[in-house]
Design a protein around this ligand. Structure first.
Ligand SMILES: O=P(O)(O)OC[C@@]1(O)O[C@H](CO)[C@@H](O)[C@@H]1O
Length: 393
């Protein structure tokens, strides 16, 4: 980023700020939610009590000596941040640390009866089984009669706005508000994405998924469309290796979503069956790389991921958290060019994201002025009412 001086890294220290609210209010609410969802045993209840006190008032305490991923977290900053307040370390780091500690408290990684039980699964399944998902799937029948490029654009927008359905976000969002003064889509490089994919259909698309359920279903439908219409030969879907940020998609969530699709009717079931066989014959691959849950920007990704993204026709990065990790979790001036803050990315990259945190780049000065005029409190940055499609070729 030669011409772009780094902006300040976001911390959670300032009372009244969005990150501070996540640390002081959203995390306690998430602990309440998981306690209600499961009959946790006394040891887990005590560990959750301790986490509640630690995450709101305490300091970073290293993982147990025998934790399977202790060495990895040491590399990721645990040693450097031990003893510091959760509010004084980078917010990106303290949020990821919260989910790792929550899984520690419920015994997710420890051999025994609770190993591998996703504390967020009941909420994810409820969303997948909701009438809203039925409606979304039924709408596909109407879409299939339309020209292929129209279908592609509708599915891209479905995947984009699916990012609004984020269960963690809903815990503290007021209602979602549409601001008439400024259109919802603040930057639209959609045509650049289609021209990258071209018509050859020989390439690979990597999609770094975000949320399960109402976001993952349209992501899968988009991948099916790209495969079936020959816009790509192969798709690689990157999910999280363990539950994260409440609703982030894991391998189990992909299987749940595919089972949901094949159980549906009409076009949705057809898509589900095609995706099922695409997994079987290697045209669709799943990855759950440890770095997908790292508390670090993607600029620090390991060499194997770098090589994978370098060889892809395009990497599509979904959602708010992935956007923060892509451009850096910093208070960039919103007019900072997206291409400059992503120039280190090893190949072409596209971000599909609704705005749910303070980080934003690539807006025109006129757009920023109109947003600030319509919402002087800056809520347009965090309310999930606006979105971006940004592409760097
Ligand atoms: O990545 P997603 O699902 O789009 O959003 C994640 C999110 O809800 O979590 C963070 C706050 O906890 C914010 O970055 C954002 O609002």
């Amino acid at each position: 980023m030669p011409d772009t001086p780094a902006a300040p890294v976001i911390l959670g220290a300032e009372p009244g700020s969005f990150p501070h609210g996540v640390l002081s209010e959203r995390h306690p609410a998430i602990i309440r939610q998981v306690r209600e969802a499961f009959p946790y045993e006394p040891r887990q209840q005590q560990a959750l009590d301790a986490l509640l006190a630690n995450c709101t008032e305490g300091r970073v305490e290293p993982l147990p000596a025998d934790a399977h991923d202790r060495a990895r977290w040491e590399e990721w900053g645990m040693t450097a941040y031990a003893g510091r307040s959760w509010y004084e370390v980078p917010w990106l780091w303290s949020e990821s640390w919260f989910y790792r500690q929550l899984l520690e408290a419920v015994g997710y990684f420890v051999p025994g009866p609770w190993q591998g039980i996703d504390p967020f699964r009941p909420a994810k399944l409820a969303e997948l089984d909701s009438p809203a998902t039925d409606e979304e799937l039924a709408a596909l029948d109407e879409l299939t009669g339309r020209p292929a490029d129209e279908q592609a654009r509708a599915l891209l927008h479905g995947s984009l706005w699916g990012n609004r359905a984020d269960l963690g976000f809903r815990l503290s969002a007021e209602s979602t508000r549409e601001t008439d003064a400024v259109p919802g889509l603040l930057a639209d490089d959609g045509e650049r994405l289609w021209s990258l994919l071209g018509t050859s259909g020989t390439g690979t698309l990597c999609l770094i998924a975000d949320n399960a359920g109402g976001e993952l279903v349209p992501d899968l439908l988009l991948l099916d469309h790209l495969l079936v219409h020959g816009l790509v030969a192969r798709a690689v879907l990157h999910v999280k290796p363990y539950p994260y940020y409440v609703s982030d998609a894991t391998g189990t969530d992909v299987i749940d979503a595919l089972r949901r699709l094949v159980r549906a009717r009409g076009a949705a079931a057809d898509s589900g069956r095609r995706l099922w066989s695409a997994l079987g014959d290697g045209r669709l691959e799943l990855r759950a790389h440890p770095f997908s849950c790292a508390p670090l920007p993607y600029a620090e990704m390991p060499d194997d991921l770098r090589a994978e993204f370098a060889s892809a026709t395009v990497t599509v990065v979904k959602g708010d958290l992935n956007y923060r990790r892509l451009v850096g979790d910093r208070l960039w001036p919103p007019t900072t060019p997206f291409a400059e803050v992503t120039d280190w990315f090893p190949g072409p990259v596209a971000a599909l994201r609704t705005l749910k945190s303070d980080v934003v780049t690539g807006l025109s000065a006129d757009t920023v002025a109109a947003l600030d005029k319509a919402e002087p409190d800056g809520r347009w940055r965090t309310a999930g009412t606006h979105a971006l499609i940004q592409v760097r070729t």
